[in-house]
Write a protein that binds this ligand. Structure first.
Ligand SMILES: C[S@@+](CC[C@H](N)C(=O)[O-])C[C@H]1O[C@@H](n2cnc3c(N)ncnc32)[C@H](O)[C@@H]1O
Length: 280
């Protein structure tokens, strides 16, 4: 990826003092910083539509076995990486373009006592710093939207998967409703947003050598989740531990546009599990 695109994308996600802001907000909400739980972090470490719910759902589709090697691509602050380690006993490598996110993800993981199972490293999803056939599962949620080179991305996923290994996707796609309203949570403007529609994506994945085990359009669940969330915010006010900490001052506009884009069919949501053929 050209370094100008890389710095635009990391610039979009960079928040100075993110860890301090998160810890301050947790302390202000009465959480014990020496005994943090996964639930304490769920409002900020699941940076995708339907939050923790979506992670639990996709993980249940996979039912990973204890000790499996998982790569979480575009892991953000590592909520899903920690869930796969804590709930299923997987060994997880989280990879993200943003060095700040990797640092905060590692620190939160130490606080939750999961650093023996989960590690983080900075890197680019289209040039994965791992050997061929290293992972039983490649997992990715809401990261491909920033990646222009989809062919390179899925080739890398296939390369690092063991034969018989599975790819779990939860992604935002382009819908039939026309161009997006910006800013959105993954991009302040169009030059770092690269959405594809479902048909060409399925074709590309098949051409790359994946078999589809599950392909589910979950756009309606995303809309329902936002409706429920806005009712809650109307009644109780905004949650103190929310994505506003991660998204910064444009948070409100980004969320409003996310809802508009969903309601107007400009974006769609898919959940998928695919398999690299081979193995036993
Ligand atoms: C919307 S966040 C989702 C984070 C996480 N998967 C989650 O669901 O909580 C998108 C993440 O993708 C990362 N990302 C974007 N482009 C990437 C690339 N080329 N390689 C690795 N990570 C990338 C960003 O840095 C960001 O952390």
């Amino acid at each position: 990826m050209p370094s100008s695109s890389r710095s635009k994308i990391t610039g979009h996600y960079t928040r100075p003092d993110l860890e301090i802001m998160i810890l301050d907000a947790l302390a202000a909400a009465g959480k014990d910083l020496d005994r943090l739980t996964a639930e304490d972090l769920a409002g900020i470490d699941e940076f995708h539509i339907r939050g923790r719910k979506a992670t639990l759902e996709l993980a249940r589709e996979l039912e990973p076995e204890r000790g499996m090697q998982v790569l979480d691509v575009g892991c953000g602050l590592g909520g899903a990486s920690r869930h796969l380690a804590r709930q299923y006993g997987c060994r997880v490598a989280g990879l993200d373009l943003s060095p700040d996110y990797c640092r905060v993800a590692a620190s939160l993981t130490r606080r939750l006592g999961l650093d023996h199972l989960v590690s983080f490293q900075q890197g680019d999803a289209t040039a994965l710093p791992f050997h061929d056939a290293s992972f039983d599962i490649v997992w990715t949620q809401h990261a491909a939207m920033n990646i222009a080179d989809k062919g390179g991305l899925y080739r890398e996923f296939r390369r690092v998967l063991k034969p018989g290994g599975r790819l779990a996707l939860y992604d935002i796609l382009a819908g039939p409703g026309g161009p997006l309203h910006f800013p959105v949570p993954w991009a302040g403007e169009p030059s770092i947003s690269f959405l594809v529609t479902a048909g060409p994506l399925q074709e590309l994945l098949a051409l790359t050598g994946f078999e589809t085990l599950l392909w589910r359009d979950v756009t309606e669940s995303g809309r329902a989740w936002f409706r429920h969330l806005s009712d809650k915010v109307r009644q109780e006010g905004p949650a103190p531990l929310g994505l506003q900490l991660v998204l910064g001052p444009d948070y409100r506009r980004m969320m409003q546009n996310q809802v508009l884009n969903l309601e107007q069919d400009r974006i769609a949501l898919i959940q998928a599990v695919l398999r690299r053929p081979g193995g036993s």
